[in-house]
Design a binder for this molecule. Structure first.
Ligand code: NAD
Length: 348
């Protein structure tokens, strides 16, 4: 056993089909009396529907991906003018991102009810985009005080969104397995998270109403979020942050880049690759991950989700100029090759 540091975060998780009925009790537990209810426009009806027992002071249903600063300021302003004493975020990483943006400047407690597999609800990581660049940071204030995972709320998550979001969660687990500050507990959770997601996602794509598969996928997503809450992310997440700043969709970008980032790190992180391969039941981690995505019907080419070929060099340069710690040295030329492979959707 190698030396390690393990720093757990205070987290409260309520998990299970029907668990959302405890939302009112969780708000009360915080002593809050004026909740700001957050959602995207698409989840607004669901959010109102489950907030029956919650003292809602105001509703903000205009959350969008990547938390644009101007929109976040609107939500912060509403929290203030409504005298909110907590935020209830119902939705995926985009909505939870708005809860975090509010918590970052006000310290308001957040209760998260995740409806995708992004894992944002388990992390202290916030992100705000402004003028084509995404700024991220870690702050304990943004960590939700309670998280309610109810697989019933995910039954309508479209297959394509489910698959991409699930691969986003697997990406968290993969990078936790080779993080420079990883540890054995997180590695256990990461491998188990990949196993749960890789076995559940094909069933979810086949039948979105499969409650057992939905529960397993959400369990994997919880583990995945937990893994990046205490370890650093590496080249893969760096590239996705850069591409997110170019306006590419978050989960799909993660999904497409992941097998290529793994291929980049394959020989520098052999132990991690073995664990991933075992979890997805494949002989080769990067190739097996790519094939899983193919089976899930996910897009495999950055070219298909809005990436411009002319921007590949700029992306590689940004990633190489300020790299995150990574098993293999981050250098411009090989990173550009990685991005070209992802752009063309090459099988690793
Ligand atoms: P999302 O939150 O944008 O959701 C995708 C779409 O699915 C939205 O239109 C939403 O309304 C819809 N949707 C969500 N749940 C649904 C459901 N149950 N049924 C039907 N439709 C549903 O996507 P996401 O991938 O969850 O989140 C992406 C954002 O999260 C990005 O901004 C990303 O940067 C951030 N993120 C942050 C962290 C972190 O730790 N800070 C981690 C992962 C992602």
């Amino acid at each position: 056993m190698s030396p390690f540091v393990y720093n757990g975060l205070p987290m409260r998780v309520v998990f299970g089909a029907g668990a959302v009925s405890q939302l009112g009790a969780e708000v009360e537990r915080l002593g809050a009396k004026r909740a700001l209810l957050l959602s995207t426009p698409g989840r607004a009806a669901m959010a109102r529907g489950i907030a029956g027992g919650v003292p809602v002071a105001a509703t903000f249903d205009r959350a969008v991906m990547h938390t644009p600063l101007e929109r976040a300021e609107e939500a912060r302003g509403l929290a203030k003018s409504a005298g909110a004493d907590c935020c209830v975020a119902v939705g995926g990483g985009s909505t939870i991102g708005f809860g975090k943006a509010i918590a970052l400047t006000s310290g308001l407690p957040v209760i998260a009810v995740p409806t995708t597999y992004s894992g944002s609800e388990m992390t202290t990581i916030w992100g705000i985009s402004d003028k084509g660049a995404k700024k991220t940071g870690r702050d304990p204030r943004v960590l939700p005080k309670a998280v309610i995972y109810d697989p019933q709320l995910t039954l309508d998550l479209p297959p394509a969104v489910s698959a991409a979001s699930g691969m986003n969660a697997i990406a968290h687990c993969v990078e936790a397995l080779y993080a420079h500050d990883g540890n054995p507990i997180v590695s256990l959770m990461a491998e188990e998270g990949i196993r749960a997601l890789a076995s559940a996602l094909p069933k979810v794509v086949l039948n979105g109403k499969d409650l057992e598969a939905r529960s397993d996928a959400l369990y994997g997503a919880w583990l995945a979020g937990t893994t990046i809450s205490t370890t650093s992310v590496a080249l893969h997440h760096k590239l996705c942050h850069v591409l997110g700043g170019f306006g590419l969709p978050h989960a799909e970008t993660h999904s497409i880049v992941l097998p290529h980032a793994m291929q980049y790190n394959r020989d520098a992180a052999r132990g991690a690759m073995q664990r991933v391969a075992r979890a997805i039941d494949s002989v080769d981690a990067p190739r097996g991950t790519w094939e899983l995505e193919q089976r899930l019907g996910l897009p495999l080419r950055l070219a298909d989700i809005g990436m411009k070929e002319g921007d590949l060099e700029r992306a590689a340069r940004i990633a190489a100029e300020a790299p995150y710690p990574n098993p293999r040295k981050v250098e411009f030329e090989p990173v550009l090759d990685l991005l070209k492979n992802a752009y063309e959707g090459k099988r690793p």
